[in-house]
Design a protein around this ligand. Structure first.
Ligand SMILES: [Zn+2]
Length: 113
């Protein structure tokens, strides 16, 4: 999405950012220019990939969904950062390690590493 945080798929299209992956010729189906940076859209056809600059398919509603997800993710990370900082201030890192170890021992949620 905004900073190469991966791909988003919706229906027949995939949404991602350059530089990063490489889909076919990376030439925009709308303006014909090479896609070298920024967000772009990809459609996989049986024999090739078709790509568009974000600016060249800005009517696609999915972009606003992606922007919203990115904003939500950022807000969540900032809240988490604040919470982590205040936890560290109050309890210290060793307490956090102990807490995580205890919780993991009691609630094994992770599969085999
Ligand atoms: Zn274009």
């Amino acid at each position: 999405m905004t900073t190469n945080q991966g791909h988003t798929s919706s229906g027949k299209y995939m949404y991602t950012s350059a530089p990063g992956g490489q889909y076919g010729t990376m030439r925009c189906a709308n303006c014909g220019k090479q896609i070298t940076e920024g967000q772009y859209r990809v459609r996989e056809k049986p024999d090739r990939y078709v790509t568009w600059h974000r600016a060249c398919c800005r009517d696609d509603q999915q972009w606003s969904v992606i922007d919203k997800q990115a904003a939500n993710h950022k807000a969540h990370q900032l809240l988490l950062l604040e919470a982590a900082k205040s936890f560290r201030e109050r309890w210290g890192v060793a307490d956090l390690d102990d807490l995580i170890d205890d919780l993991e021992a009691n609630f094994p949620v992770r599969g085999p590493q």
